[in-house]
Design a binder for this molecule. Sequence first.
Ligand code: PGA
Length: 304
Amino acid sequence: MRRLTLRQFRVFEAVARRLSFSRAAEELHLSQPAVSMQVRGIETILGLPLTEQLGKKIFLTEAGQEVLYASQAITARLDDLQSNLEQLRSLDSGRLNLAVTTTVSAVATDILARFRGRHPQVSIHLDVSNRESVLNQLATNRIDLAIMGQVPDGLDLEAIRFMDNPLVVIAPPHHALAQRRKVSIRDLATEPFLVREAGSGTRGAMERFFDARGLELHTSMEMSSNEAIKQAVQAGLGLGILSLQTLEQELALHRLAVLAVESFPIMRHWYVVHRIDKRLSPAAQAFKSFVLQSAPQTPGKTTR
Ligand code: PGA
């Protein structure tokens, strides 16, 4: 079966719009016979005339009207496609799909605010959830980039380290251990702890730290947000282990104290992460470079 071509649609669309073969030929920089040939090509395939001439005037037949609708729809769709592709190519009207873990969200939003200052047109979609959820979004290719703690081996991810993330033990300022200049890890064994939910990177790091030392913490409550843990610790419900980066205000206002525990802080790091085979858009590429440039320490690259 012979198929209609885009060229035929384009030529016919001009004829139908101008209701003249010669004016269409002029507009398209073609000869009039070339225009007639394209229109005849459609008529042959459809087996129906598209135009009729009454006196000196050209009219569209019913079939001609149908073909005009179709060619207008096709042309509009192609124009949309072209402008969408241009947007994808251009950095300044691009889109950035980003996921960050809860604990890094304050650092990430600060970087995003500065990035927005430079590229105000980039539209940004930010998901904030725990480590397990961010890994899941990377695995299912729902995001361009992630900012999170160290990623597991064997997931085909490129992860570049760009910042330290120290985890510290917190207590209410009036707590007995907060008055001590040195606290041993054993001293923590008798204290109740408020911990993040399973799936949190902070929780995983904390468990690995105590497992490695053969110590089991007494966890009194599990909570799915750092904010909730800070409030519970302030309320005297137990101790907590959180990233120092989430504690700026509470420490400045003396609502919480960092305990001087031996071997602390647990030193973790923040990474900018994407799938190895991901073809980053200009917006995503620019954001990745921006994060690495804003790094306050020498980044180390790992591929996992
Ligand atoms: P989370 O973040 O505890 O909020 O999951 C830490 C991480 O990314 O490992």
